[in-house]
Design a protein around this ligand. Structure first.
Ligand code: AMP
Length: 286
């Protein structure tokens, strides 16, 4: 596995790969790899000749009072895991390389970023879409792999790619969970033992919501109430947002119809965790 830190070298290497007619799959990450990241790498390897994983804790997607400084980092461990996963190139740019002093261009997707994580974390998606645009221009991928865990991020990136005509296919991969159901996240390392137990309320509450939907419940508000009631039983948990939305437009819905996104962000102590599922409601017979 090659480790590249310079933008110029990365772009030159990608241009050389593309010139031979080979395809590139890219997996943008902030590192501290877990099986969620590894599943994206596997997805890329299965569909492309070369897999480039970027590892960059992107300062522009963190708010001022957020966890940029504490975000877990372990480059040696990540290199080892990426190498074992069969990654061809690990791209690890320095912050000064990605954002030099006179940097002043940002990419912003409007509308889709107004609520959920966009409302709780102002400026977050502007940082995400800016860094992803830069990574696409540097890595020149044919396909890019994102996790359904960050459901809104996947939709926002897809919107940006369509609106700005990036020649990149976006692939969204399923949420990978711990054995007990907690969605894998680099931020799970922040949790104390007691908080880790409390965090289980997140997947449990979503399962309760899903069970209602599977029983045929059509009132979105009742599904949300059920999920909220389960979370509120856990004293360490505090709901940041809980939404039942159209999975494509992110519009609020009253009646369960078509593809529905049920998503939550929950504070467990000082750690904010997100999780979601998509429910395909059965077509009505005519
Ligand atoms: P991050 O390093 O947290 O920015 O995540 C990098 C990519 O991995 C993003 O596309 C995430 O959506 C994806 N990802 C993170 N956690 C999971 C998970 N548990 N399952 C699947 N994909 C994930």
């Amino acid at each position: 596995m090659q480790v590249i830190t310079s933008i110029q070298e990365m772009q030159k290497t990608s241009l050389e790969i593309k010139r031979t007619g080979a395809t590139i799959g890219c997996v943008p990450t902030m590192g501290f790899f877990h099986r969620g990241h590894l599943s994206l790498m596997e997805g890329s390897r299965a569909e492309n000749d070369f897999t480039v994983v970027s590892l960059f804790v992107n300062p522009t997607q963190f708010g001022e009072n957020e966890d940029f400084d504490e975000y877990p980092r372990d480059l040696e461990r990540d290199k080892d895991l990426a190498e074992k996963a069969g990654v061809d190139i690990l791209f690890v740019p320095a912050p000064g390389e990605m954002y030099p002093e006179n940097f002043s261009t940002f990419v912003n997707v409007y509308g889709l970023t107004d609520e959920m994580c966009g409302a709780s974390r102002p400026g977050h998606f502007r940082g995400v879409t800016t860094v992803v645009s830069k990574l696409f221009n540097i890595i020149l991928p044919n396909r890019a792999y994102f996790g359904q865990k960050d459901a809104q991020q996947a939709l926002v990136v897809q919107r940006m790619v369509e609106d700005l005509n990036f020649p990149v296919e976006i692939r969204v991969m399923p949420i990978i969970r711990e054995d007990d159901g907690l969605a894998m996240s680099s931020r799970n390392t922040y949790l104390s033992k007691r908080e880790r137990e409390a965090a289980l309320v997140i997947p449990k509450s979503l399962e309760a919501g899903r069970a209602l939907l599977e029983q045929g419940e059509k009132r979105a508000a009742l599904v949300a109430e059920k999920i909220s009631a389960v979370i509120k039983r856990e004293p360490l948990a505090c709901i940041d947002y809980l939404v039942v939305k159209d999975a494509v437009t992110l519009k609020d819905i009253e009646e369960i119809k078509g593809r529905v996104l049920v998503a939550v962000a929950v504070w467990i102590g000082k750690t904010r965790l997100i999780d979601n599922f998509i429910f395909e409601s059965p077509q009505r017979r005519t």
